[in-house]
Write a protein that binds this ligand. Structure first.
Ligand SMILES: Nc1ncnc2c1ncn2[C@@H]1O[C@H](COP(=O)(O)OP(=O)(O)OP(=O)(O)O)[C@@H](O)[C@H]1O
Ligand SMILES: [Mg+2]
Length: 301
C-alpha cells in the first residue's frame, strides 16, 4: 500500500453522511472554573483551559492528576461538580440532550488502552459510532466507509475482517484511531495513544496523527506521557498539577514558568534525549522522530 492510496478520497457514497457546519471560532474547547471531585478526593479545582482550533494540544501531568477525568468531562462522561465546559460554543454541562447530541457527533475518541470491542471485527468496531449517529446508513455503505477509514490509518485492507486479538498493539491503536475518525470528527481526543508501543511504532503513530491532523483540519486533545510525542507533534502543551492547568504554551514557554514539576519533567535526562531526537529530525527535514513521513507500513505496526 502506498501513501497515495491512503490519500484516496472518500468514496462518493460517503457524501451521504449529513454535513454539520464546521466550527469557525477560535476555541473549540473552553473550560472555566472546572471542579471534579470523587467524595472527599478533589481532582480538579478552578481549572481553566482553552484549546485552539487546528492545534495539537498535548496534555501532561503526573499519574492520577486527572488527565483522563478531564477528557471524560469534556466529552460528557463525567459530570463536573462546578464550572463550565464549552465545546464548539455549547456549554455541555448545561445543554439540552438534543444539543449535546449535535455536538457529540463532531468528536472522535481513542480511549486510554484502545478499548476496541473484542467480539467485533475491526470493520464492525469502526461501524459502531456510524450506526449510533447515522442509523439510516445501509450495510453496504457502512462496509465501504469502514474499509476506507481502516486504509486511511495505514492498516492493510485485510485488517477489516480481523478481531482485535489478531492484531499487534500498533495495529490495534490504528484500528482505534480508525474508529475515532469514523464520523469525520472536527475534534479528536487521544488518551495515551503511544503507550505500550515500541519507539519506532510510537514515532510512526505520531507522524500519522500529525499528518491526519493537517489533512483533515482536526483539533487534537492529546493526553500523553511520551516526551517524544510532545516534542515531535504538539503545537502547545498544557500541564496538569495542583488540581489545575498550571501552565499552557510551547515547551520553551513552559520552561519559563519555573513550576517544579515542569522543571523536573522537561529538564530531566529523558527530556534532553527527546529534544535531541527532535533536533536530529529537524536537521533531516522530517516532522517526527527522524523518519520519512510515510503512513506506509505493511505490518501496520
Ligand atoms: N470513576 C471514578 N471514581 C472515583 N475516582 C476516580 C474515578 N475516575 C478517576 N478517579 C480518580 O481520579 C484521579 C484522576 O484519575 P485519572 O484517571 O484522570 O488520572 P490520569 O491523570 O489520567 O492518570 P494516568 O496518567 O495514570 O492515566 C485518580 O485518583 C483516580 O483514582
Ligand atoms: Mg489517564
Amino acid at each position: 500500500m502506498s501513501e497515495d492510496e491512503t490519500a484516496t478520497p472518500a468514496p462518493a457514497e460517503a457524501e451521504d453522511i449529513p454535513e454539520t457546519e464546521r466550527f469557525e471560532g477560535e476555541y473549540p474547547i473552553r473550560i472555566r472554573g472546572l471542579r471534579n471531585a470523587f467524595g472527599d478526593q478533589v481532582v480538579h479545582e478552578d481549572l481553566d483551559l482553552d484549546v485552539r482550533r487546528g492545534e495539537i494540544l498535548g496534555v501532561v501531568g503526573g499519574s492520577g492528576t486527572g488527565k483522563s477525568v478531564l477528557m471524560r468531562s469534556i466529552i460528557g462522561l463525567q459530570i463536573p461538580t462546578e464550572g463550565t465546559i464549552e465545546v464548539f460554543g455549547h456549554d455541555i454541562t448545561s445543554a439540552e440532550p438534543d444539543e449535546v447530541i449535535g455536538v457529540r457527533n463532531r468528536w472522535g475518541v481513542l480511549f486510554q488502552g484502545g478499548a476496541l470491542f473484542s467480539t467485533l471485527t475491526v470493520a464492525e468496531n469502526v461501524q459502531v459510532p456510524l450506526k449510533q449517529f447515522y442509523p439510516e446508513l445501509s450495510q453496504e455503505l457502512l462496509d465501504e466507509i469502514a474499509r476506507y477509514k481502516v486504509v486511511f490509518t495505514g492498516l492493510p485492507e485485510t485488517a477489516t475482517s480481523k478481531y482485535p486479538s489478531e492484531l499487534s498493539g500498533g495495529m490495534r491503536k490504528r484500528a482505534g484511531l480508525a474508529r475515532a475518525l469514523a464520523i469525520d470528527p472536527e475534534l479528536l481526543f487521544l488518551d495515551e495513544p503511544t503507550a505500550g508501543l515500541d519507539p519506532i511504532g510510537a514515532a510512526k503513530f505520531d507522524d500519522l496523527t500529525r499528518e491526519l491532523t493537517n489533512r483533515l483540519g482536526l483539533t487534537v486533545f492529546l493526553i500523553t506521557h511520551d516526551l517524544d510525542t510532545l516534542y515531535a507533534i504538539c503545537d502547545r502543551v498544557a500541564v496538569l498539577a495542583d488540581h489545575k492547568v498550571v501552565a499552557v504554551g510551547t515547551i520553551p514557554e513552559l520552561l519559563e514558568s519555573g513550576h517544579p514539576w515542569i522543571e523536573e519533567y522537561f529538564k530531566g535526562p529523558r527530556a534532553r534525549a527527546a529534544q535531541s531526537t527532535k533536533e536530529a529530525a529537524q536537521a533531516k527535514g522530517t516532522a517526527g522522530a527522524g523518519k520519512h513521513l510515510d503512513n506506509t507500513d505493511p505490518q501496520g505496526s
